[in-house]
Design a protein around this ligand. Structure first.
Ligand SMILES: Cc1ncc(COP(=O)(O)O)c(C=O)c1O
Length: 416
């Protein structure tokens, strides 16, 4: 303890350690996050966050909606809402996802969450006991690892190829666990334009995954923010559309198709699961912001979401193409990268031996930010990878930023 000037003892970090729950050990400060935070507000070309293009927001329309809602629905908008979420929003979501092939019996199959990130935490809460086996893609969404980690799962990674998660490898893994007398609790997957890899699971594999869930008795958590942003073809059918036994818990968000600041996400599943999630949510935030939910409801109803999706698809397709062209133009021999059909991310591989985490400091000094891939790989690999977001930076920044990264990789390769 330290003694302050008026002799009242102030607790030190070590003192607090005596009080903190063991799970807080799992909540580490990420150096990468610190570095990227440092870059915020500076003149840095950011390939870092998964941010929409700022030009895509329909500011006037949203301002008008917010004003109308506050004035005309004042009795609802400033109050708490139900934990499951506003029925009118859930109803609109049911119609919206129906267009992507997901059919629900009613709004009782849907719960609104405070962003999908809360959805991940709630799923961890209701499904994971310490030591439970959770299968994830290699690489997988880092914030899902962090959300689940506090419930002490045992992660097992499954590799990916150009068709997404290798489901045959998943089957072998499940059988191996079974032989050891252990079972897999659930598979967490981002099957479409995955974060961070940008890859999508093929249709055959989607079907096979659902068959395996039935055969080996596990659940599938389908995290799907990006199916609504497919550029080159019809969106792949969500895994949920193949589900006949209630094993798939589907989740998505308005963050990429309306505005991340609203913090409105949703989970779709069997009522029995949704009810448990509602109990868990009640203990965390009682309900998602009513104002945000009403804005999302109106944006769906007035087809503002549809318009944004349409605009995002053409803008992001152009930006993805620019980034792919820049990668092909500048990157040195030995580099490779994924070619997403939509979404927001490309995963780039520097030659073996290049450490993209170490390289980040240099990149930031030269005005370019990205997310080193290592943290996304539960098997500890991926040190030479980096996640590149192509939706946030401007067209001009994409070209300049990639040329800077290519130059740094060239220098790093010579050092290895
Ligand atoms: C795969 C995935 N899941 C969940 C989230 C979190 O989304 P939200 O903003 O709704 O919390 C993201 C955000 O980038 C994501 O990419």
């Amino acid at each position: 303890m330290q003694v302050s000037s008026n002799t009242i003892e102030v607790l030190t970090v070590e003192d607090y350690a005596r009080f903190l729950a063991k799970r807080t050990v799992k909540m580490r400060v990420s150096e990468v996050r610190q570095l990227l935070k440092w870059a915020e507000g500076r003149e840095v070309i950011s390939f870092g966050g998964g941010l929409p293009d700022p030009r895509i927001y329909q500011v006037e329309e949203l301002a008008e909606i917010a004003k109308t809602i506050i004035l005309e629905e004042r009795h609802k908008v400033l109050q708490y809402g139900s934990t499951e979420g506003l029925p009118a929003l859930r109803d609109q979501i049911a119609k919206f996802i129906n267009r992507y092939g997901i059919k629900v019996d009613g709004i009782e199959n849907i719960i609104i969450t405070t962003g999908s990130q809360q959805g991940l935490d709630l799923i961890g809460r209701i499904l994971i006991d310490p030591g439970d086996v959770v299968l994830v893609e290699i690489p997988t969404y880092i914030a899902a690892i962090n959300a689940f980690n506090v419930y002490y799962p045992r992660f097992q990674g499954i590799h990916m190829d150009n068709d997404g998660m290798i489901v045959d490898e998943l089957e072998d893994t499940i059988k191996r666990f079974k032989n050891e007398g252990k079972r897999v609790k659930f598979v967490y997957t981002v099957p479409t334009c995955q974060n961070p890899a940008g890859l999508s699971l093929s249709e055959d594999r989607r079907k096979h995954l659902v068959e395996l869930a039935e055969e080996f008795d596990f659940l599938i958590v389908e995290d799907d923010p990006y199916s609504y942003l497919i550029f080159d073809r019809e969106p792949p059918r969500p895994i949920k559309t193949y589900d006949t036994s209630g094993r798939v818990i589907y989740m998505s968000t308005f963050s990429k198709i309306l505005a991340p600041s609203l913090r409105v996400g949703f989970i779709v599943g069997d009522k029995k699961v949704i009810d448990k999630i509602a109990l868990a949510k009640q203990a965390t935030d009682l309900c998602t912001s009513t104002l945000s939910q009403l804005i999302a409801r109106e944006a769906l109803r007035r087809e503002i979401v549809d318009k944004q999706i349409k605009n995002s698809i053409s803008l992001y397709k152009m930006k993805r193409d620019l980034m792919l062209e820049a990668l092909a133009k500048y990157m040195p021999h030995g580099c490779k990268w994924t070619k997403p059909i939509g979404g927001m991310f490309i995963l780039a591989y520097a030659p073996e031996g290049v450490d993209t985490k170490k390289m980040l400091q240099k990149a930031l000094r030269r005005g370019v930010a990205y997310v080193p891939g290592h943290g996304f790989f539960v098997d500890g690999s991926g040190a030479n990878t980096m996640r590149l977001n192509f939706t946030y930076p401007s067209e001009d920044q994409i070209d300049r930023g990639i040329s800077v990264l290519a130059e740094i990789i060239r220098e790093e390769t010579m050092r290895c």
